[in-house]
Design a protein around this ligand. Structure first.
Ligand SMILES: Nc1ncnc2c1ncn2[C@@H]1O[C@H](COP(=O)(O)OP(=O)(O)O)[C@@H](O)[C@H]1O
Ligand SMILES: [Mg+2]
Length: 1088
């Protein structure tokens, strides 16, 4: 809700007074006709009356109405009942809640004790707070006014009223203190603020006094303007004072005191000062302060206050000389009161020569002592040029003395105010400055005996009430016109009729009084009353003794008249009316004072122009003029009201006197006030604001109404089923007549609020969680993205590396046979490793396995070396695994190789066959054994080899079967044909030579030296395993060179004695054989 659309909550419909004489006869006319028929005073004003004012107060009040009573009386159901009204006040008062609203009017009940409601913390609670956000408080009023002033540039005034002791001055101080605290953040205002705040103790010292009602009663009216610059900082002030109760200077009711300053000076003045002022520190020695015999505590308090006053003077920049002058005046008043008159022989008053008091006065005021005494005891009258001096009688002299005292004090007080003003005036005039006025003025007074002062005070209150009505009504009327709401008759009393009764030109009471004062002849208070009775006969609001019924006549004096004020009847005693209204000071005294060496007194009295022929205005006329000026000032501003009530007469806390409060409620017009505000519609709110608050009550408007707000509200009220008389639809606002309707709506809203809270909560939670979810999701996506990116990058990196590796590998492969490069080095390394690995698994396990895995070209050497090593290893393994027999076998084979390889063609055929040293058949073996066992076998000879053989005769080449045995010494040729071995030859091995062919045949030609055989010659044999036999035997003999292999086709062999015998022909053929050829030669056919 903005401040603009917030309006006064509870003002009544505009009332239009038809007949001023008729209290309660108020007609509310139709909006259209209103303008024409309304009196000028009630025409809508130009300025808006607090349009922002109580934004939301009602809502706050609605919510908190159960707490203690109602915060706003507008919500009081039984608003016509004074009883209910007081009840509410009392309930709250007993809970220490002293503030309550009637709309935007603050009602404050004096607690008579310090409540913790003005602390810094509480003060801050109201800073910039919308009005409704905090409970009713004077700070709320102050803050509201301050904001309207600073932010909307509407000048403000805060009107504080109430009877004496009800807390007006306190409230005004709180307002000022709040403003000071509120503007704390603004710089350079400290001194101004100090000055503004310090005016209070100063004015209170000089203008306040202890009365029965109030220990610190303001005895003057005060209107204070606080000026703010465009920033909202206070920059100055101005004070207007009204009607100081100067009679108090010379006399007080018993139990009351004179103005504080007298006691304060007497108790607190320094010795030096007291000596200078010729004062004694005891008030009881002075006539004007006689009635007080202060307690010790009171005295100390006074002394303390005096220091406060001096401090305040310093702050306000009242210098030493001025202070001195002021205290001289105070002292001289005290001395003046003690001036004694004696009656001389002529019956005239006289001051004795030795009267020290008059001397003191003269010296303090710096006037001629003789002239002073004269002026106090005689009177000079200027009657058309003839100056006549007449002596005064005792009474007249006392009157003159008191009049002088009052005049001096009164004028000096006014001087003080103007002195404050000059100190408060801002140094530079700021055209953008705006003003907040605070009016702390005496409230309505009804005493057992009411005099001129009460008349003035009550007149003032009538005027203020009138202003209140006007402002309230104006704003109300405006509102109704604006909104096009028709209006109805409202029972309401307008006090304009009383104002008129008092101040109307030529006819009013003031006129009559002035006439009476000014007219030539013997005017008295009595003659004034007479004229009053005559002229105002029949007026409903005035009663004179003569005109009232006999019952009242008994209570009323003959010198009294009774005014029926809006607040109640007040009976005034006309005694001293004329005198007080004339307010005359004898000219001699005036002139004497004008000559005073005391600057203040001299200045004050010079201004009076005693020589002027024109009579000065009477007191009441002066008052009327200043009052009207005040009203003018106030009407130009936006008012806020603080109505103060005092709960009891005993100044006691927690005591609530219903009767006393009831009386004040009545004369403050609070019931009227409430009635006005409640007369029409208790509540009004712009459609937007109303819809915003209560839209949840109708499905049609919840959660949002899209159309115009007015339409929405119409739908809303249809749903909540408002009756026709309960509400009206204005142009921009809805008006609700009864609080109950609103309460019901509010209750429904409060209940609904819980549901809505749940919905909002769930929505919010949903929203919140979804938001979180989305956030997380998004975060996950981001993370995912980055992870993917990272992975992809890594993959790409790996691929690239792999590609590089592959490329390098291929390149390495391609250049594997070239000179070493980084690429092929790597490739080759790999190839080597692979080859080695492969090799490890494929190594031949047998020596006979010739296979060998292929190797990279660069490894050929290594491969070969490895192969060699491997084979060596295999061989070693093989060798180690060999049996001695096998070993022998290999030795034999190697021997055979040496002897025959490449020399004899049958050699390869022999390689595969295992050499055996016994080639005999079983049969022959037996024979051999027998042979060897016979003595023919020389002992110790070892058999080396046995085989069968065929022996060819040297002549005729006839083949004969033979067995051959070789021992380590000799070769035995045996004939096995006779079933025994018959030794044919024994040939020592070391003498033999052997001849062989190169062919594949079995022929051995054994050459025998001649000396061995006498006749036989060489031995020709055929042995099946020729190579085996020769190898084994050679192995034993160790003489391989005995074997001769000849590569010829013919071999000659010897016969006996070395004679050339036959020839052996060697040839090859398909059928190998050895036989005698036709040629007679031995033909050896070898395998090809
Ligand atoms: N709000 C308040 N809190 C406490 N005491 C207060 C308050 N208002 C008034 N008083 C008491 O009541 C006394 C009279 O108040 P004051 O403002 O001087 O009355 P008024 O100016 O209306 O005559 C004060 O001196 C003070 O002791
Ligand atoms: Mg006061």
């Amino acid at each position: 809700m903005t401040e603009q659309d917030s309006v006064q909550v509870s003002d009544a419909p505009t009332v239009n007074v038809v007949n001023g004489d008729e209290p309660g006869a108020v007609q509310v006319v139709n909006g259209d006709a209103g303008d024409a028929s309304a009196p000028a005073a009630l025409q809508p004003p130009k300025a808006h009356i607090r349009p922002l004012s109580v934004a939301g107060v009602m809502e706050h009040a609605l919510q908190h109405r159960e707490r203690v009573g109602v915060q706003d009386f507008v919500l009081l159901e039984d608003y016509r009942s004074e009883h209910a009204f007081i009840d509410n006040l009392r309930k709250r008062f007993h809970e220490n809640i002293i503030y309550t609203y009637i709309g935007n009017v603050l009602i404050s009940v004096n607690p008579y004790k310090n409540l913790p409601i003005y602390t810094e913390e509480k003060t801050r609670l109201y800073f910039k707070k919308a009005f409704f956000e905090a409970p009713p408080h004077v700070f709320a009023i102050a803050d509201n006014a301050y904001r309207s002033l600073v932010y909307e540039h509407r000048e403000q005034c805060i009107l504080i009223s109430g009877e004496s002791g009800s807390g007006k001055t306190e409230a005004s101080k709180k307002v000022l203190e709040f403003i000071a605290a509120r503007t704390n953040h603004l710089q350079n205002v400290e001194t101004v603020k100090d000055k503004l705040l310090q005016t209070n103790p100063l004015l209170e010292a000089f203008g306040n006094a202890k009365t029965h009602r109030n220990d610190n009663s303001s005895r003057f009216g005060k209107y204070m303007d606080v000026q703010f610059n465009y920033e909202g900082a206070p920059e100055g002030g101005h004070i207007l004072n009204y009607l100081l109760e100067k009679s108090r200077v010379v006399s007080q009711m018993s139990g009351e005191r004179n103005f504080h300053i007298f006691y304060q000076l007497l108790a607190g003045g320094s010795e030096e000062l007291m000596k200078k002022l010729r004062l004694q520190g005891r008030p009881e020695v002075y006539k004007y302060t006689l009635d007080s015999s202060p307690s010790v505590g009171q005295k100390m308090n006074d002394a303390e206050q005096f220091r406060t006053v001096q401090e305040a003077m310093k702050v306000i920049e009242i210098g030493e000389p001025e202070q001195e002058a002021i205290f001289e005046i105070i002292a001289s008043v005290l001395h003046l009161g003690n001036v004694k008159f004696v009656q001389n022989d002529k019956g005239n008053a006289e001051i004795l020569n030795h009267d020290a008091n008059s001397v003191n006065v003269a010296e303090l005021l710096k006037v001629n002592i003789t002239k002073l005494r004269e002026a106090l005891t005689s009177r000079t009258i200027d009657a058309r040029g003839d100056v006549v001096t007449t002596p005064l009688d005792l009474e007249q002299a006392k009157y003159a003395r008191d009049a002088l005292a009052k005049a001096i004090y009164d004028k000096h007080f006014s001087w003080l105010v103007s002195r404050l003003n000059s100190s408060l005036t801002p140094k530079e005039k700021d055209p953008r400055a705006s003003v907040m006025g605070i009016l702390d003025i005496y409230g309505f007074e009804i005493f057992p005996k009411n005099s001129f002062e009460q008349f003035c005070i009550n007149y003032c209150n009538e005027k203020l009430q009138q202003l209140f009505i006007q402002l309230t009504l104006k704003s109300e009327q405006e509102e109704y016109l604006r909104e096009g709401i028709e209006w109805e008759l409202v029972d309401y009393f307008n006090n304009i009729v009383i104002c008129d009764l008092i101040e109307q030109k030529h006819k009013g009471i003031i006129s009559i009084l002035d006439d009476e004062c000014l007219r030539p002849g013997d005017a008295t208070d009595g003659s004034f009353l007479e004229r009053l009775t005559q002229q105002l006969d029949g007026h409903r609001h005035i009663k004179s003794h003569r005109k009232v019924d006999t019952r009242t006549q008994k209570i009323m004096g003959r010198d009294e008249f009774c005014l029926v004020h809006y607040a109640g009847e007040v009976t005034y005693n006309v005694n001293t009316f004329l005198e007080k209204n004339n307010d005359l000071l004898f000219r001699d005294l005036q002139m004497l004072m004008a000559s005073s060496g005391n600057k203040i007194v001299g200045q004050c009295f010079k201004d009076m122009k005693p020589n002027s022929k024109k009579r000065p205005d009477t007191a009441i006329t002066q008052f009327k003029v200043s009052l009207n000026e005040l009203i003018k000032i106030l009407s130009s501003k936006e008012p806020s009201y603080i109505r103060c009530i005092k709960p009891n007469d005993a100044k006691a806390p927690m005591h609530f006197d219903d009767k006393l409060v009831g009386h004040q409620v009545k004369y403050l017009g609070l019931m009227e006030n409430l009635r006005v505000r409640r007369a029409g519609f208790a509540y009004r709110r712009t459609y937007e604001a109303f819809l915003e608050r209560y839209k949840c009550l109708s499905p049609a408007t919840w959660p949002n109404y899209r159309g115009p707000a007015r339409e929405g509200v119409q739908k809303l009220v249809e749903t909540i089923q408002y009756e026709r008389e309960e509400y009206r639809m204005g142009n921009t606002k809805i008006f609700i007549r009864f609080p109950k309707t609103l309460f019901d709506t509010e209750d429904a809203y409060q209940i609904k609020k819980n549901d809505i809270a749940t919905i909002i909560q769930s929505r919010w939670r949903g929203y919140y969680q979804r938001k979180r979810y989305l956030q997380m999701k998004q975060a996950a996506v981001v993370i995912q993205k980055w992870v993917r990116r990272f992975l992809a990058q890594r993959l790409r990196e790996r691929r690239r590396k792999a590609a590089d590796v592959i490329r390098a590998f291929i390149k390495g492969f391609i250049t594997r046979n070239g000179p070493e490069t980084p690429e092929n080095r790597r490739f080759l390394g790999i190839a080597k490793v692979h080859w080695l690995k492969r090799l490890a698994t494929r190594l031949p396990t047998s020596l006979l396995d010739p296979s060998w895995p292929t190797c990279p070209a660069t490894c050929t050497e290594a491969s070969q070396e490895l192969r060699r090593l491997h084979r060596a290893h295999l061989s070693r393994k093989y060798r180690l695994a060999l049996s001695p027999a096998d070993k022998k076998q290999f030795e034999l084979k190697i021997l055979a190789e040496k002897m025959f390889k490449g020399k004899k063609n049958s050699y390869p055929g022999s390689v595969r066959e295992r050499f055996v040293d016994d080639r005999l058949s079983e049969e022959l073996r037996v024979l051999r054994n027998t042979f060897m066992a016979s003595p023919t076998w020389p002992t110790g000879e070892k058999l080396i080899y046995s085989c069968e053989a065929v022996k060819y005769d040297r002549r005729g080449y006839k083949p004969r079967a033979r067995a051959l045995l070789a021992s380590d010494k000799a070769l035995y040729v045996l004939d096995p044909s006779k079933r025994t071995f018959k030794l044919k030859h024994r040939l020592p091995l070391d003498r033999l030579r052997v001849v062989l062919t190169t062919e594949t045949d079995s022929l051995i030609l054994i050459k025998i030296p001649q000396d061995l055989k006498k006749d036989k010659g060489d031995l020709i044999v055929s042995v099946s395993h020729l190579i085996e036999a020769l190898t084994i035997v050679t192995d034993h003999t160790g003489k391989p060179d005995i074997v001769e292999i000849v590569d010829t086709n013919t071999i000659a062999h010897n016969l006996v004695n070395g004679k050339q015998g036959g020839t052996i022909e060697v040839t090859t053929g398909a059928a190998p054989t050895i036989h005698r050829a036709k040629s007679g030669n031995l033909l050896v056919v070898a395998s090809p």
